[in-house]
Design a protein around this ligand. Structure first.
Ligand code: AMP
Length: 481
């Protein structure tokens, strides 16, 4: 097994990207899966979020995709928009040194804009099955050069009823396309699907979350009445005083209600569920990930697969309605050797599911009784509420030393083309085409990345050089993505 990236025969650009992202050693799933994908095998990976699964397919995909080819060469299917965004970001960072363009394709976003994006150079696409199928049927997504197709979180695709759309997508791609399927669990319906669509797949099984739950401290509070639950939860929250926590609720309504009640008690939270505007959900996830606030309240589907590093607590405010859900939720904490605590609240109505869950995980969750919330605890809790949690840099922040992203006034509306930008920048002394990274022409603005530490040189020169006959407003942008 390749326990180092160095022995995987990856290109110089890929090794550079992994260094910038601080991926120094492959995770278990990466050690097993990357060589198989590079050999062109169809692969089934049974592994969880947090195992480094995205990079396990992202690294070989970015390695195998050629920059010169303008058509999409890899397509990744995701069950939710949030996962689409997360996976797109990861691939963007991994492929950045190769200047790979990654398009996201999900519903709830104007299709016309996506059609425009698809007319430009795109190497990799990530999206939800419904929207991708829509593009295929409209003829706006050209898959004639597709080499690899990934079906990610396949069990969730099945649960959400997307498998039929996935089948239709598979039927519209060439038989020679390499297929990779990742799933946390693989039951009979998925097995039947695999038998139909994946020719001679290699199977890679990574330790299940049930086994890894043992490092998480789990606690259970019994509550007589659903009405008493909030007060009990509030006291437990104050006593635990978490660094950061995800609080799972059973319904969207409950997420709204709990958010309002906590806000009334001067506790700041963020929330995500299916009815919240998609841009807001994405912003909330990013802000929580960057530790701008401590508590995130959500439903299961909205949070599925989303990876948060160093989460100290998980609360099952509403007890899960499926035994696997307990395992998925609880496993959000205690990642990468960090300590984690998971706390659940069980009403009389939840008792049956509690027993099923305990049978599934193979032990009883220790029962706790609430002690007194002392004045000191209360004060410490609200003191922490006022402190800003430790700020975490955005993923890929390491790129800022190597790549500078410039914004240039003028875009599609004034007929700006990538060639116009390349022409001017290459005429600057000391710059050649290999220093120019991704170019993104928007409606009235164009972004261009300058690599090899030559960003400031280009920025200075463009204050005095014309592009398409005009002096443009050129600025360095902070936005890495
Ligand atoms: P995933 O399972 O794909 O959601 O990834 C979990 C987290 O691990 C993400 O934040 C990745 O950026 C990070 N990650 C992936 N591969 C590595 C690696 N080899 N070393 C360190 N972190 C990694």
């Amino acid at each position: 097994m390749n326990t180092q990236f160095e022995t995987m025969k990856l290109s110089k650009e890929m090794m550079q990207a992994l260094g910038i992202l601080n991926y120094h050693k492959p995770t278990e799933v990466q050690q097993k899966v990357i060589p198989l994908i590079l050999e062109g095998k169809n692969v089934i990976g049974k592994s969880q979020t947090g195992s480094g699964k995205t990079a396990a397919f992202g690294i070989p995909i970015c390695e195998m995709v050629g920059w010169d080819e303008n058509q999409m060469q890899a397509l990744i299917l995701e069950p939710t928009r949030e996962l689409t965004v997360q996976v797109k970001q990861e691939l963007f960072h991994i492929g950045r040194t190769k200047r790979l363009k990654v398009a996201d394709l999900f519903g709830g976003f104007p299709i016309d804009k996506q059609i425009q994006t698809l007319k430009q150079k795109n190497h990799i696409g990530v999206g939800t099955p419904g929207r991708i199928l829509d593009h295929i049927e409209r003829g706006s997504l050209n898959l004639s050069k597709l080499k690899i197709l990934v079906i990610d979180e396949a069990d969730l695709m099945l649960d959400m009823g997307f498998l039929e759309d996935v089948e239709r997508i598979l039927e519209s791609v060439d038989e020679a396309v390499q297929i990779l399927l990742f799933s946390a669990t693989i039951g009979d319906p998925l097995d039947a699907f695999i038998g139909r669509y994946l020719h001679k797949p290699e199977r890679v099984w990574i330790e299940s979350e049930t086994e890894s739950l043992s490092i998480i401290e789990q606690k259970l509070y019994e509550v007589n009445d659903a009405e008493d639950k909030y007060e009990l939860f509030l006291q437990v929250l104050k006593q635990e005083n978490p660094e950061s926590a995800i609080i799972f609720c059973g319904t969207r309504e409950m997420v709204n209600v709990l958010c309002r009640m906590l806000s009334r008690d001067q506790i700041q939270t963020g929330m995500i569920h299916g009815e919240i505007d998609q841009q807001d959900r994405i912003k909330t996830i990013e802000n929580f990930r960057r530790k701008k606030f401590r508590f995130l309240i959500c439903t299961d589907i909205a949070a599925r697969g989303i990876d948060f590093e160093k989460l100290s607590h998980v609360f099952h405010y509403d007890f899960p309605t499926g035994k696997e859900t307990y395992v998925h939720r609880t496993g959000r904490t205690g990642r990468k050797g960090n300590q984690g605590i998971a706390i659940c609240f069980v009403t009389k109505a939840d008792q049956k599911m509690r027993l099923m869950t305990e049978e599934f995980i193979g032990y009883q969750i220790p029962v706790c009784t609430l002690g007194e919330t002392t004045n000191e605890m209360e004060k410490a809790f609200y003191r922490k509420q006022k402190e800003k949690p430790g700020f975490v840099e955005a993923k890929g922040a390491g790129y800022k030393d190597v790549i500078l992203r410039l914004s240039i006034s003028g875009g599609k509306k004034s007929k700006m083309r990538a060639q116009d930008i390349v022409g001017t920048i290459c005429s600057i002394d000391g710059i050649d085409v290999l220093d120019i990274g991704m170019i993104d022409v928007r409606d009235s603005l164009t972004y261009v990345e300058i690599g090899n530490g030559k960003g400031s040189l280009v920025l200075d020169a463009l204050q005095e050089k014309t592009i398409k006959g005009k002096l443009r407003k050129v600025q360095a942008t902070k936005n890495m993505y």
